[in-house]
Design a protein around this ligand. Structure first.
Ligand code: UDP
Length: 351
C-alpha cells in the first residue's frame, strides 16, 4: 500500500479514480452490495466483494464476472484472519454484510446477533490497524417503535422488549452503530453510518421476508396478495440505484465522518395500498387477503406502524434526494418479474 492512500478516500469524488482505488464490500453478493459493486467498478475502482453467500448469491454478480477490476472472495466476516487481510489491502470498506430480512431474523435470532455484532467488530478492529475508512450500513429498524412522523438521526430510539425476536436485530445493528462511533472516537477510524430504510429494486428476493418482491411475485402469478396485520402500517420505499448513489456520496465526504445519515424514500404508503398498486400494475384481479402477524411470523411478533425518514441531513451535506418514484419502481419490478416468470415457467402466461 502506498503512503497517504488510506486517508485520501474522504474528500475525493467517486469519479476520481486515482484517489480511492481499492474498495472492499462485505456482503457484496447481496441485493444492495451487488449494485454498489457494479457502480464502483463502472467508476473505475478495483472492487473486492467478500460474502459468505448466506443470503447473497453469485447470480447477483454475474454482470461483474470476468472483469479485471473485480474479485469475489467467499468468506465470513466473523472469521477475523481472512477479513483482516482484505481490509488491509483496501483503501475503503463498505460494510454491508449482516443478517437481514424480518423473516430470517425472527427465525434465526442467534445467527442474527452473532453475525451482526461479531462481523462489525471484526471489520472495525481490522480497519483500526490500517486507519481504513468504513461505511457501516445500518438500518431504520433501530428507530424501533418510535412514533414521530419522520425519523431523524438524533431522535431517541424506542426498541421493544427481548421477548420479541425482531428487536434483537434492531439492537444488534444499534450496537454496531455504537461500536462504529466508539472506534471513531477512541481509535480515529473514519466511519460513517448509513441508516437504510426500505430499499427495493432489481435482484431483491422475497425469500427473507421483504414485502415488495413478494407481492410482485404473487401478482404476476395471479395469486391473492398476502398483506400482514391490518395492512395500515406504512413504509417509504427507495430504489437501490438511489441508495447506492447516497452511499458513495457519503463515503466521499470528510464531513460525514463520525456521523449518522438516513437514506430512504419520501413517499409514504400503507402496505394495503402498495398491494393494490402492485395488483393494478400487474393487472391481477385476485385481490389481497389480510394475514395475522402470528400466522406470518409465528407467535411473539411486533411490527412498526409507520416508518418514514427525514432525509434533510444527507440532503444538506450532499444534495442527495431519491429520484425514482414508487410508481416507476412498481412498474419496473412487475415487468422484470413478469419477464422471468413467463420465460422460465409459463410461456403461455400473459402478464
Ligand atoms: N409484509 C406483508 N406481506 C408480506 C411481507 C411483508 O404485508 O408478504 C409487511 C410486513 O409485515 C411489514 C411491511 O410489509 O409491515 C414491510 O415488510 P418488510 O419485511 O419488507 O420490511 P420491514 O419494513 O418490516 O423491515
Amino acid at each position: 500500500m502506498h503512503a497517504g492512500k488510506k486517508t485520501s478516500f474522504f474528500g475525493v469524488r467517486a469519479a476520481n479514480v486515482a484517489a480511492m482505488q481499492r474498495i472492499l464490500i462485505t456482503g457484496g453478493a447481496g441485493f444492495i452490495g451487488s449494485h454498489l459493486a457494479e457502480a464502483l467498478v463502472a467508476a473505475g475502482k478495483v472492487v473486492t466483494v467478500m460474502d459468505d453467500l448466506s443470503t447473497g448469491s453469485r447470480d447477483n454478480l454475474t454482470g461483474l464476472a470476468g472483469q479485471a477490476r473485480f474479485r469475489f472472495v467467499e468468506g465470513d466476516v466473523r472469521e477475523p484472519a481472512e477479513l483482516a487481510g482484505l481490509v488491509q489491502e483496501a483503501d475503503f470498506v463498505f460494510h454491508l454484510a449482516a443478517a437481514v430480512g424480518v423473516e430470517l431474523v425472527v427465525r434465526q435470532p442467534v445467527h442474527t446477533l452473532d453475525d451482526n455484532v461479531r462481523g462489525t467488530e471484526n471489520v472495525l478492529a481490522a480497519a483500526s490497524r490500517s486507519s481504513t475508512g468504513v461505511l457501516l450500513a445500518s438500518t431504520s429498524e433501530v428507530y424501533g417503535k418510535s412514533v414521530q412522523a419522520r425519523f431523524r438521526e438524533d431522535d431517541d430510539l424506542l426498541i421493544g422488549p427481548p421477548s420479541f425476536a425482531r428487536w434483537g436485530y434492531a439492537c444488534s445493528k444499534l450496537l454496531d452503530e455504537f461500536l462504529a462511533m466508539a472506534y471513531w472516537r477512541e481509535k480515529r477510524v473514519p466511519v460513517v453510518i448509513a441508516r437504510l430504510f426500505n430499499t427495493v429494486g432489481p435482484r431483491q428476493t422475497g425469500r427473507f421476508g421483504m414485502v415488495l418482491p413478494r407481492l410482485v411475485a404473487q401478482a404476476v402469478r395471479r395469486e391473492t396478495l398476502t398483506v400482514y396485520g391490518d395492512g395500515q402500517q406504512s413504509r417509504c420505499f427507495c430504489h437501490v440505484h438511489d441508495v447506492v448513489r447516497a452511499l458513495v456520496e457519503l463515503a466521499n465526504r470528510p464531513a460525514a465522518v463520525g456521523q449518522i445519515y438516513n437514506i430512504g424514500g419520501t413517499e409514504e404508503i400503507t402496505i394495503a395500498e402498495l398491494a393494490q398498486r402492485v395488483n393494478e400494475a400487474a393487472a391481477n384481479g385476485a385481490g389481497m387477503k389480510l394475514i395475522p402477524y402470528d400466522e406470518a411470523y409465528g407467535a411473539g411478533f411486533e411490527d412498526m406502524r409507520r416508518r418514514a425518514p427525514d432525509i434533510g441531513k444527507i440532503a444538506r451535506l450532499t444534495g442527495w434526494r431519491p429520484t425514482v418514484a414508487l410508481a416507476e419502481i412498481v412498474r419496473e419490478m412487475v415487468t422484470a418479474e413478469c419477464g422471468r416468470f413467463v420465460s422460465v415457467t409459463r410461456p403461455e402466461h400473459r402478464c
